[in-house]
Design a protein around this ligand. Structure first.
Ligand code: GLA
Length: 695
């Protein structure tokens, strides 16, 4: 102790001692601990995109014999060669794990969601679990990129067969698949693309399901059709190749304009609500570009899809895909999906609710188990996001507005993050080496993650309380919860609503944990746990103080949905959107994040990109943009009778496994085929000639 300190008077000495005592218990930010070792099972066979697929006319084409006999020979359908495009998308057998497949059988999915209707591009959910992934096709595709070599990483051509950049890099001309048809036989053309762009993305009254906005493709970007099969993008930036990833699922998957246009308010007397609801779940002749189309719906029971006779993809022997004649979606719960897949009464699950890992592992270890189970990397993660808008998004009341102001206070966010005991949150889900401490931002173990750029506020209730005090919050009425300052929201307890999804046990467990941990800090948190669809709509409309999200691809891959890494447009971020005056009230560090993300999009220099993502991670975690909760691996469970499941398929990366496994190439060898098909030898119905299944 210095002489100077000794000279202090008694009172101030006491004061400084107590300050030091408190500080001794506070903890400084550091880097996060390394996640426990957990080896992913199976690694992909890395290839180039051209090893997987190409567009090419083949000398002959084939289809299931029953389609020829029952539909072509009777004049109900044109021959397969006439139903296919000029140059179909061809999957190369050399990239298929088990080679060319055979027709027949069904994949029985189980899902926890419920369909709102078939108007996907106007914002209706079909209940998730891969059902919309199988119905919609998009300009590009990203799911299978998990097996593409890093130096050849680029979105895969899909409805857009090829593209070229203008000399100056501002224009991108895309060539659409020529002569492909919707499942009702109507041609797919640039008219479908332009209807989606002009009347859905650009129309502020329509919100496509996965939230495409004009800025999703860059501010000031325009799109025009040059002819039936050519479209042209014009960008402000030079060669922003990043946007090609956003043209994949789920932000650029056009719906059938020939059905949608007559219902759209611009071309009819419908309201926007009527337009959105024009194709209810009972509507059984919805044309798709996907490999299967819906033929049956029974509420809370099942949706059945049958093969699309106009599907525009083939294998390199000319066999029209898909190999599987049917897809089923049992309408149950997500937990039941795991149980049924393990038991063999269902065929597929993304094992992602950590609570059921131990049981599922135990049962799948038996060599006679009907399904195989393989864990991947830690790509499932949850974050608690504070609503950062203070200029009216979601129209908060006085209390809500006061919480928004707190959310925008760094000390407050530091208090919250320091009060989260991530170790016990993770252990409450599952014991063992699964869960990892996740401070927020990019995930440990992914390409752009940098530990040294990650600021971790370790669990310390003392530190958290100091920060809360610094944010001006005290428990003035001694009931254990801090109060708003007198004059704000009546000086009552600070009450914070926490939006979450009730469809998943994991989400509910995390809510419970967070509520209890915040109570120890002195914050009263009130769960608002809603069924998935309602939760998503509530979040979209900004009606929340805090929200718990299972994170999406941007925090894993960076290149998929890059724009969503920061509030780069008025309606792009999950937790900070434009207020009533249509402006974003960004905090300085948020603006810096936006600038960094925009720089990332504008450059193709990989060194520069790595540096930018280090800056991003630092900005995100130091400023606590979101409060990371936990990060853990998921496992793909798939019945052993299926072939052509690519090695090392992650349940989630650029997309979900339902896309990653390329279901249209999956098949069941003849000797393993089941008799599970509900509507054998039938096809989807088409508008005008009735509902499916049609025989
Ligand atoms: C839900 C499920 C995921 C996956 C996706 C596909 O979100 O929880 O495992 O099936 O649907 O959209």
């Amino acid at each position: 102790m210095s002489k100077h300190a000794i000279a202090l008077s008694g009172a101030s000495l006491l004061l400084s001692v107590s300050l030091i005592a408190t500080q001794a218990q506070t903890v400084a930010p550091t880097t996060p601990p390394d996640p426990p070792t957990f080896a992913a099972q199976g690694t992909p066979n890395f290839v180039g995109i051209s090893d997987i697929q190409e567009f090419k006319a083949l000398p002959e084409y084939h289809e299931p014999s029953w389609v020829t006999e029952k539909f072509v020979d009777t004049g109900k359908l044109p021959p397969v060669a006439e139903r296919l495009p000029k140059e179909p998308l061809v999957y190369k057998a050399s990239n298929m794990a088990d080679g060319i497949g055979v027709y027949g059988d069904v994949m029985r999915h189980v899902i926890g969601g419920r369909p709102e209707g078939w108007n996907y591009s106007a914002g209706q959910s079909q209940g998730w679990g891969g059902i919309d992934i199988g119905l919609s096709e998009c300009l590009t595709r990203t799911g299978p990129l998990f097996e593409v070599k890093a130096d050849e990483l680029a979105p895969m051509p899909n409805l857009a067969m090829s593209w070229d950049w203008s000399e100056d890099g501002h224009e991108l001309t895309m060539h659409l698949i020529e002569g492909a048809k919707w499942s009702d036989g109507e041609p797919f053309t640039s008219d479908d693309v332009m209807f989606y762009w002009n009347d859905e993305v650009l129309d502020p009254n329509v919100t496509p399901l996965n939230g495409a906005t004009p800025e999703t493709f860059g501010e000031g970007t325009t799109l025009e059709a040059l002819d039936d099969y050519t479209i042209k993008w014009t960008f402000k930036d030079v060669r922003p190749e990043q946007y090609l990833y956003q043209m994949a699922y789920g932000t650029f998957c056009p719906g059938p304009a020939h059905l949608l246009r007559p219902q759209h308010p611009k071309y009819s007397d419908n309201t926007y609500e009527q337009f959105k609801n024009a194709f209810p779940p009972e509507y059984m002749s919805m044309p798709t570009m996907g490999a299967w189309a819906p033929v049956t719906y029974r509420p809370d029971d099942i949706i059945v899809l049958r093969r699309n006779p106009y599907y525009w993809k083939v294998d390199d022997q000319g066999n029209q895909l898909p190999y599987l004649d049917e897809l089923e979606y049992r309408l149950s719960t997500w937990a039941d999906r795991d149980v049924q897949a393990v038991a063999g009464t269902g065929d597929f699950s993304n094992l992602e609710q950590a609570e059921s890992y131990v049981e599922a592992l135990k049962r799948s270890a038996d060599p006679s188990a009907p399904a195989r189970l393989a864990f991947g990397a830690r790509t499932i993660g949850y974050t608690l996001y504070p609503n950062l808008s203070a200029n009216g998004w979601g129209e908060p009341d006085e209390r809500g507005q006061a919480v928004r102001e707190l959310n925008r206070n760094l000390d407050f966010r530091q208090a919250v993050t320091s009060a989260v005991d991530r170790q016990s949150l993770g252990e409450a889900l599952v014991k063992g080496p699964f869960t990892a401490i996740y401070p927020g931002g990019l995930y440990a173990g992914t390409t752009y993650y940098d530990k040294d750029s990650t600021v971790y506020y370790p669990f310390s209730l003392e530190t958290a309380k100091e920060h809360l005090k610094a944010a001006g919050l005290e428990d003035t009425d001694g009931n254990g919860f801090v109060n708003f300052p007198a004059g704000t929201a009546g000086g009552g307890d600070v009450e914070i609503t926490l939006l979450a999804n009730s469809d998943y046990a994991t989400d509910k467990n995390l809510v419970e944990g967070v509520v209890a941990q915040m109570e120890r800090l002195g914050l009263r948190v009130i769960p608002n746990t809603l069924a998935g669809t309602q939760r998503d709509a509530t979040e979209q409309s900004g009606k929340f103080d805090w929200t718990i999200r299972r994170n999406q691809s941007e925090l894993i891959t960076v290149v998929k949905n890059t724009v969503a890494l920061a509030p780069t447009g008025p309606r792009i971020s999950w937790h900070h959107r434009a207020g009533s005056d249509d402006t974003l009230d960004l905090l300085p560090w948020e603006q810096e994040m936006v600038d960094v993300v925009n720089k990332f999009i504008a450059t193709n220099d990989s060194e520069e990109r790595i540096g930018l993502m280090k800056q991003y991670q630092k900005l995100y975690t130091e400023n606590v943009n979101g409060i990371g909760l936990t990060q853990y691996p998921g496992a793909l469970i798939i019945n052993k009778r299926f072939a052509n499941i690519p090695a090392g398929t992650p349940i989630f990366m650029f997309n979900w496994a339902e896309d990653n496994i390329i279901r249209e190439r999956v098949f069941v060898p003849k000797d393993k085929q089941s008799d599970f098909e509900l509507f054998p030898q039938t096809l989807p119905g088409v508008p005008g000639t009735g509902n499916g299944p049609v025989s």
